[in-house]
Ligand binder design. Structure first.
Ligand SMILES: Nc1ncnc2c1ncn2[C@@H]1O[C@H](COP(=O)(O)OP(=O)(O)O)[C@@H](O)[C@H]1O
Ligand SMILES: [Mg+2]
Length: 279
């Protein structure tokens, strides 16, 4: 083979590999068992560093609780993962192949990252069932199929989610008539309809009764393994229930990780007590 034929061959091969990579990058790839890499991200608001070289890693199927005082940067971190805020520096990667900093908010959701904000945003006039149906319709892959009516598989999926969120007996009620806790569960159910690989939950039990809080912990524990979950919460009883004495929690302070370890370990950490728990 002549040198220029070899060069042309190498170029064609490189182009083919680039195309394959672009194709493969549509779908998240969890090659290293890691769902989310946050690598040294910093964000400033008018010179104030809300995030300061924050790094953390969430494994596939892991349930991670994040705690820390108000203003620590917990919500800003979620804003950076979901594309609402662009960090000034650093990297955020979903699995080993998706650079989240290159995607828009809808593209990030489409890639499999679901986010639950603090306030529930369900459609109050619609029934619980219709809310879940609508969440399914927001998925572009099935939009065409849904134009007329739900398929048996979709109906079944709604049934499964209703059971998971303990609303199987409320399916035909208007969402506006649900309790605060039930609305929160419905919104989590709406997220689940999109089958996200990674779920971000910002203070999910704020304003819930003790019983609702306990049921929410059960729900999250049942999602663990199938999904990766990042839960920001102040309620230590809830965090204790979620971590079951064996899972790692992360403490954020002034935009970076102050401590990481078992809840009992971070609760005994003097710095953590000083900035957060001891207040
Ligand atoms: N859009 C914004 N503009 C200006 N400052 C902001 C903005 N978002 C957050 N901050 C500031 O960044 C810091 C971190 O906020 P936040 O991420 O909401 O903390 P947390 O969720 O841990 O309570 C706070 O001091 C907050 O006032
Ligand atoms: Mg917050």
């Amino acid at each position: 083979m002549t040198p220029d034929l070899m060069e042309a061959g190498a170029r064609a091969l490189a182009a083919h590999q680039a195309r394959s990579r672009a194709y493969a990058s549509d779908e998240v790839y969890f090659g290293q068992g890691v769902a989310l890499y946050v690598d040294e991200i910093s964000v400033s608001f008018d010179g104030f560093k809300a995030l300061n070289a924050l790094s953390l890693t969430i494994d596939v199927g892991e349930l991670r609780c994040i705690i820390g005082p108000n203003g620590a940067g917990k919500t800003t971190m979620m804003d950076c993962i979901t594309g609402k805020t662009r960090p000034d520096s650093g990297r955020v990667s979903f699995g080993s192949n998706i650079d989240l900093l290159r995607l828009s908010e809808p593209q990030i959701a489409q890639a499999g990252v679901g986010r639950k904000f603090q306030k529930p945003t369900v459609y109050e006039q619609l029934t619980v069932f219709e809310n879940l149906e609508l969440a399914l319709k927001a998925d572009r892959r099935v939009r065409a199929a849904l134009f007329h009516r739900l398929s048996p598989v979709q109906r079944e999926r709604i049934g499964e989610v209703l059971e998971l969120i303990h609303l199987e007996h409320e399916a035909q009620r208007s969402a506006g008539l649900l309790s605060h806790g039930q609305k929160q569960w419905l919104e989590i159910g709406m997220l689940l309809m999109q089958d996200p690989k990674l779920l971000l939950l910002d203070e999910p039990v704020a304003g819930m009764t003790d019983e609702e809080t306990e049921r929410t912990a059960e729900l999250f524990l049942s999602l663990e393994g199938q999904h990766s979950l990042v839960v920001v919460e102040h309620d230590m009883k809830f965090v204790d229930q979620l971590t079951q004495g064996r899972k790692k929690v992360t403490v954020l302070h002034e935009g970076s990780v102050l401590a990481e370890g078992l809840l009992s370990e971070v609760q005994a950490n003097e710095e953590v007590v000083e900035v957060y728990l001891g207040r």
